[in-house]
Design a protein around this ligand. Structure first.
Ligand SMILES: [Fe+2]
Ligand SMILES: [Fe+2]
Length: 282
């Protein structure tokens, strides 16, 4: 078995995406579902309940009186913020550790992921596209392949960095040249194992190379911008911070300019307390 086959095989041994969260996501996508049904779905999971209450009572929301029940919290937060918290809980346990092959200290990849996810909402508001919870999910897990590839990137770190320096290729390309697969491709394989929709898989596969996508370009471009702006804000770029092409074309596609980028960065800054509250969720 080749290295690439072995590493893809490892994806199938990853724990499945939590069933409780999948059920809750489905309910939240169903316009006929009630708060009560959602509460009933998640209330038996202590970790989730604790996380929802912790974020709800965090400084970001500035509540005078703390919220003590899941039902109150769900009503207060609304479905879209609830989705954010549920998904952050899942990704946090997978992406909270240091990913030193990519020069990311403990917590950095996760902060980058949550920031990208919040940016996907900020951007979709500006470009007047519907706020799709699927995009939030895609932005949150776009770099998950780094976690699996980390040890190998670390092992080959000198060769990869040397290639970037001498040949002027992107870190992503160097990963692929040296290991036979890059983290974007591996992230897509992981998401495929979890049976996520094709749109999310595409957005993740092409998050560094948006112009190569032949379908679902809207999702691809939005995840690309979310990731890039998180990096421009200085959040979790690590070693592959500059592996980006297609910026001008994507900006042109949405008729965005530099001022918009500055605004996105400022809006993320306004939500940074929320980022902090969500990354405490484990
Ligand atoms: Fe990436
Ligand atoms: Fe990223």
């Amino acid at each position: 078995m080749s290295f690439v086959e072995t590493i893809i095989e490892t994806c199938s041994q990853l724990p499945p995406f939590p069933a409780v969260i999948n059920r809750a996501l489905n309910l939240m996508n169903d316009p006929n579902s009630s708060v009560q049904e959602i509460v009933e779905t998640i209330q038996y999971d202590q970790a989730i309940t604790a996380n929802v209450l912790r974020v709800c009572n965090s400084a970001y929301f500035g509540l005078r009186q703390s919220v003590g029940s899941l039902q109150e919290a769900v009503i207060f937060l609304g479905f879209s913020q609830l989705i954010e918290i549920l998904l952050s809980g899942v990704s946090g346990s997978m992406m909270g550790k240091a990913v030193s092959g990519y020069d990311l200290e403990a917590g950095e990849l996760w902060k980058h992921s949550v920031s990208s996810a919040l940016l996907s909402q900020i951007i979709s508001r500006r470009i007047k596209r519907e706020q799709n919870p699927m995009l939030f999910t895609a932005a949150l897990i776009h770099d998950i392949g780094k976690v699996l590839l980390n040890a190998y990137v670390k092992e080959q770190s000198e060769t990869i960095k040397d290639l970037v320096k001498t040949k002027g290729v992107s870190f992503l390309q160097a990963e692929k040249d040296v290991l036979g697969i890059d983290h974007a491709e591996l992230s897509a394989h992981i998401i495929e194992q979890w049976n996520f929709p094709q749109k999310i898989i595409q957005a993740i596969r092409y998050h560094h190379t948006p112009l190569l996508a032949t379908s679902d370009q809207e999702a691809v471009y939005q995840i690309y911008l979310s990731d890039l702006i998180a990096i421009l804000t200085g959040i979790g770029g690590g070693v592959d911070g500059l592996s980006y092409s297609g910026f001008e074309q994507v900006m042109h596609h949405y008729k965005l300019n530099e001022k918009d980028i500055e605004r996105f960065m400022a809006q993320l800054g306004d939500q940074i307390q929320k980022v902090e509250a969500m990354i405490q969720v484990q």
